[in-house]
Design a protein around this ligand. Structure first.
Ligand code: C2E
Ligand code: MG
Ligand code: MG
Ligand code: MG
Length: 291
């Protein structure tokens, strides 16, 4: 094994390591520096109220401008951050940056809900809730403006710990959403105990909607059960007008996807929101209005 000088304990290569592992080790080495170097950025994707066509909020999605490899997607580096103990540092930066941006938008007259993705390790982080509270206070934000998305599989792990953290999140006034809903096996009664206020239907169901009666039946059942429990439903990955029409007919409350907008930089997002509904607005495929 060739230990690299000046690197961390992880920075050595074994001949049997495959490209995936090698790549992960290189990425974790670079990721340690990325935060300090300001290489991470948040992009924002709007959520649209299906019945009224107004923007209800945005989801923050992290991006990494790698000095050599260019823009990297979170699907590539979040697992690396989780594996190598960097996810809390990264996640804390995301929380801080999203709150800073929400405040900046408000100063520009754009009061908007921001959704933040949380990973399983963050839920176990001792000081997660006080950190969120500090960020809210520092940027003078109404806690109800923040909604935290945890995936269904994460919600099912370590149910006692998750339950406690979610209770504490609820007690400071932030909202909770279950991401990628339908891919796990959570019971709705458990989600109710988590004090979740929103379910996000996984995009795999949305993709199948047009051609699969099963997918339609599943979405219909999820919406009805969610509404009976007082939860709202968002569909992610909405790409076609046909999907939008089916979801709207099934009373899905909010829609998110490339049909409306791709994730955008904070500046473009601000312009987008300021111009929507106006004839001279930025190019977008659907009419959306600011509430
Ligand atoms: P997610 O939270 O389920 O986010 C939805 C993903 O679908 C995003 O990919 C988004 O860009 C993409 N998407 C949105 N609309 C469409 C569409 O119409 N069609 C298709 N095909 N895709 C669409 P992205 O940005 O690459 O993020 C991937 C995942 O990485 C996220 O899934 C989330 O689990 C995770 N992630 C992103 N940002 C963060 C973060 O700040 N912290 C943590 N812990 N995880 C994050
Ligand atoms: Mg999400
Ligand atoms: Mg999702
Ligand atoms: Mg997803």
């Amino acid at each position: 094994a060739a230990k690299r000088s000046g690197g961390s304990a992880y920075a050595f290569f074994e001949p049997h390591m495959n490209a995936g592992v090698r790549e992960q080790i290189e990425l974790q080495r670079d990721l340690r520096l990325a935060l300090d170097r300001g290489e991470l950025a948040l992009h924002y994707q709007p959520k649209i109220n299906s019945a009224r066509g107004v923007i209800t909020g945005v989801e923050a999605l992290v991006r990494w401008q790698h000095p050599v490899r260019g823009m990297l997607s979170p699907g590539l580096f979040i697992p690396v951050a989780e594996r190598f103990g960097l996810i809390n540092a990264l996640g804390n930066w995301v929380i801080e940056e999203a709150c800073r941006q929400a405040h900046a938008w408000r100063d520009q007259g754009l009061q908007i809900r921001v959704a933040i993705n949380l990973s399983v390790h963050q839920l176990r982080q001792e000081d997660l809730v006080p950190r969120i509270q500090r960020a809210l206070q520092q940027h003078a934000l109404d806690p109800a403006l923040l909604i935290f998305e945890i995936t269904e599989s994460v919600a099912m792990e370590d149910t006692e710990g998750t339950l406690q953290t979610c209770e504490r999140l609820g007690s400071i006034g932030v909202k909770l959403s279950i991401d990628d809903f339908g891919t796990g096996y959570s019971s709705l009664s458990y989600l109710r105990r988590l004090q979740v206020s929103q379910l996000k239907i996984d995009q795999s169901f949305v993709q199948d909607l047009e051609h699969s009666a099963d997918a339609r039946a599943i979405v219909e059942a999820v919406v009805q059960l969610a509404h009976a429990l007082g939860l709202s439903v968002v569909a992610e990955g909405v790409e076609t007008a046909a999907q939008r029409d089916v979801l709207t007919a099934l009373h899905c409350d909010e829609l998110q996807g490339y049909l409306y907008a791709r994730p955008m930089t904070a500046m473009v997002m601000g312009d987008w929101a300021a111009n929507i509904g106006r004839p001279q607005g930025l190019a977008f495929t659907e009419s959306v209005f600011l509430e």
